[in-house]
Design a protein around this ligand. Structure first.
Ligand SMILES: [Zn+2]
Length: 415
């Protein structure tokens, strides 16, 4: 299975917007840009929504059938590890092997020395084609990278071989992710990590490093945009070079776990992709669910009441909801309105606080992040919530499509 040049990871907590999401991909195709959809849902999400990996396959297949999509598509077992991969084997054909937790784990000295010897030819000043930058590589740096990352890559190899044994070679796409690490990986580290991935025999088609800056859930990029662009372009050049140096799959490309809505860096990503003629896999997080919530708030009094209840419960269970996402939310509690205040908001007022429109003085990124991680509350409401999604489908679905197409696909791949 060879993942196409541009691919888009679609998140859908409640599996009700499969068609609306695919419609955005179809809109792109009708405008001349081919993007391959991948429905992604992590083990963490399944635990929180009490769903099964097979549900995502059912959703994707149904959407594809209903809309007559004849191109390829994938179901991504997102952020899996050895302890939970088995439940994804049957229904997924894209595996995001998350080894961030193994970074800095024990690596044996023999392995470190062997890796260092293997990379010895890169010592000194290494020129990466298509950039004006050189990487200055010392033996100590190689050893440090090996010490930091070898055990994580070995773990990825173990998981990769486990999947390969179950599914057969060439029957799945492999991504290696380290984006939930404590600190970003430099282009030099990425280069050496790719060397280790090749040594380990992992046929990775996408790699998700942690980039510089904050990729908080559902809100814009926080950090130095120029620094991000410089790093991103170096990463693209490093990947090209690594493909030829280490005989990695020709289509290996970056995967950005965007957490959604990184609007301020989209134009630079777009430019860099064109400059390097590079592919990209981009995952959006659960903003589909926020589109659902915003639409419910304006759909009718019952929808607004549901939205208010979710917010009130989210405030009272703040720590519990934020804990699984501690690395990717930054919420100032003082900026959260009291539920009693929210109870007096109209639907339009609720939506204007929640919707990510930076030109609006109403927009509240703290409330948005809290609601982003509050889908557990909606999941607990069960059929009451799912029934509301059905009842107001005609209001919700166009918003879901427009959000993905206009606010993400167009700026990243088209404009
Ligand atoms: Zn991620």
């Amino acid at each position: 299975m060879i993942l196409e040049k541009y691919s888009f990871g679609l998140g859908d907590r409640f599996a009700r917007q499969g068609k609306a999401l695919l419609q955005a991909i179809i809109d792109a195709k009708n405008s001349g840009v081919s993007i391959t959809p991948a429905w992604n849902k992590s083990h963490r999400e399944h635990m929180i929504t009490n769903t099964e990996p097979a549900d995502v396959r059912v959703e994707a297949d149904a959407a594809v059938k209903a809309l007559g999509w004849n191109d390829s598509y994938y179901v991504d077992a997102d952020h899996i590890n050895l302890s939970n991969v088995d439940m994804f084997i049957g229904s997924s054909d894209f595996f995001t092997i998350d080894v961030a937790d193994f970074i800095g784990g024990p690596a044996d000295e023999k392995g470190i020395t062997a890796f260092t010897d293997h990379c010895r030819k890169y010592l000194g000043s290494l020129t990466i084609p298509n950039t004006d930058r050189t990487l200055d590589i010392t033996e100590e740096q190689i050893r440090a990278v090996a010490r930091q990352f070898l055990s994580a890559v070995k773990k990825a190899g173990q998981i990769y071989r486990h999947i390969e044994a179950a599914k057969g070679p060439d029957n799945f796409v492999t991504e290696v992710s380290m984006d939930e690490a404590d600190r970003p990986q430099t282009p030099l580290e990425l280069f050496l990590i790719l060397a280790a991935i090749a040594d380990e025999g992992i046929l990775a088609q996408t790699i998700a490093p942690k980039f510089t800056g904050r990729f908080n859930k559902g809100v814009d990029y926080v950090g130095d945009v120029d620094k991000f662009v410089e790093e991103f372009e170096q990463d693209l050049a490093v990947i090209d070079f690594a493909i030829s140096e280490f005989s990695l799959p020709e289509n290996l490309k970056l995967s950005i776990h965007s957490g959604s809505d990184k609007f301020s860096i989209y134009p630079s990503i777009n430019k860099a992709l064109k400059k390097f003629n590079a592919g990209l896999h981009i995952k959006t997080a659960g903003t589909t669910w926020l589109e659902e919530l915003a639409a419910l708030a304006v759909a009718g009094p019952d929808g607004l009441s549901t939205a208010r209840q979710i917010y009130a419960k989210a405030c009272s269970r703040f720590d519990e909801l934020c804990a699984p996402y501690a690395a990717v939310v930054d919420i100032d509690k003082d900026k959260l309105p009291e539920p009693e205040v929210v109870d007096h908001w109209s639907g339009a007022e609720f939506a204007s606080r929640l919707c990510h429109d930076q030109s609006s003085s109403d927009y509240n990124p703290h409330l948005r992040q809290l609601l982003h991680v509050a889908y557990k509350i909606a999941a607990e409401m069960g059929d009451d919530f799912l029934g509301a999604l059905e009842k107001y489908r005609d209001i919700i679905s166009p918003n879901v499509t427009e959000n993905i197409y206009k606010r993400h696909i167009r700026p990243i791949f088209m404009e």
